[in-house]
Design a protein around this ligand. Structure first.
Ligand SMILES: C[S@@+](CC[C@H](N)C(=O)[O-])C[C@H]1O[C@@H](n2cnc3c(N)ncnc32)[C@H](O)[C@@H]1O
Length: 219
C-alpha cells in the first residue's frame, strides 16, 4: 500500500513539472489535491519541514506571514502546530482544489487568496505588509517564474525574511537560471542571504532529489 502511494506520488510530482504548460500542471494539481498529502507523506517530503525549521529559528517578533504556493498548507500547518506561531497568517495559491484542502486543516488563516503569480510577481496584497514569506516546492518549471522574485519580495517589510525552497542549479535549466537570478538580487543588495541548507527532498524515493532551503532578508 505504501509502495503504491510512493509510486503515485512520484508520478504526480513529475506530471506537475514535466508537462506542456502551467495550465496542464494546474489541472494535475486539481485532480491530485485530495491525495497530495498522503502520497507526499509516503515519500517523506521534506521541503515544508526545512522551511518551517528555518521559520522556527527566525520567528522572534514575527506578526504577519504569507505562504505563497501554499498548496494543501503543509508548511503553514507545521509553522502553526510544531513551531507555535499564533500571529496573522495568509495563504496564496493558484489552485482552488489545493486551497480547499488547506482550508480544511483549520489553521486560523486570515486570508486565503487564489492568485496565479505571473512573471512580474506582483501580488494582490499590500506592499511591505509581511514579516515573513514562505514558499515551498513552488519554484520550478510550469510553476512560479524566476522573474517573479523581485515582485514577490515587495510584499515583505524591509528587514523581513523570504524563506524558500528550490532545486539546486544542477537539477535543470530552470534552477540554474533561478540561482543566477537570485545571485544578481544578492549582488544588487536587494536581498541578503542569511542561511542556506541542502537536503534530500524525498528520502523514501529511490531517485535522489537534492533541494535547498534559503533564508533571504529584504534590505
Ligand atoms: C508542489 S506544490 C507545493 C505546495 C506546498 N507549498 C508544499 O510544499 O506542499 C506547488 C504549489 O504551487 C502552486 N503554484 C504553482 N505555480 C503557481 C503560480 N505561478 N502562482 C500561484 N501558485 C502556484 C500550485 O498550485 C501548487 O499548489
Amino acid at each position: 500500500m505504501e509502495i503504491t502511494k510512493r509510486e503515485l506520488g512520484k508520478t504526480n510530482r513529475q506530471n506537475v513539472v514535466k508537462c506542456k504548460n502551467p495550465m496542464e500542471s494546474q489541472e494535475t494539481y486539481t485532480g491530485w489535491s485530495k491525495k497530495y498529502d498522503e502520497e507526499l507523506d509516503a515519500l517523506n517530503y521534506q521541503s515544508p519541514q526545512y522551511a518551517a525549521k528555518m521559520f522556527g529559528k527566525n520567528s522572534h517578533g514575527v506578526k504577519a506571514v504569507l505562504d505563497i504556493g501554499t498548496g494543501t498548507g503543509k508548511a503553514a500547518e507545521l509553522i502553526r502546530k510544531k513551531y507555535g506561531y499564533e500571529g496573522v497568517f495568509d495563504l496564496l495559491d493558484a489552485n482552488l482544489g489545493m486551497l480547499v484542502q488547506a482550508d480544511k486543516k483549520g489553521l486560523n488563516i486570515r486570508n486565503i487568496i487564489r492568485h496565479w503569480v505571473d512573471q512580474r510577481g506582483e501580488l494582490p496584497v499590500k506592499d511591505e505588509s509581511y514579516d515573513v514569506i514562505t514558499c515551498t516546492g513552488s519554484f520550478g518549471p510550469n510553476h512560479i517564474s524566476v522573474t517573479a522574485l523581485p515582485g514577490m519580495v515587495k510584499s515583505l517589510k524591509h528587514g523581513g525574511l523570504f524563506i524558500m525552497t528550490a532545486g539546486i542549479p544542477g537539477n535543470d535549466s530552470y534552477h540554474l537560471e533561478f540561482h543566477r537570478f537570485l545571485q544578481n538580487m544578492i549582488d544588487a543588495k536587494e536581498v541578503e542571504l542569511v542561511e542556506k541548507e541542502e537536503y534530500q527532498n524525498f528520502p523514501n524515493a529511490l531517485d535522489e532529489v537534492v533541494n535547498v532551503v534559503l533564508v533571504l532578508k529584504r534590505s
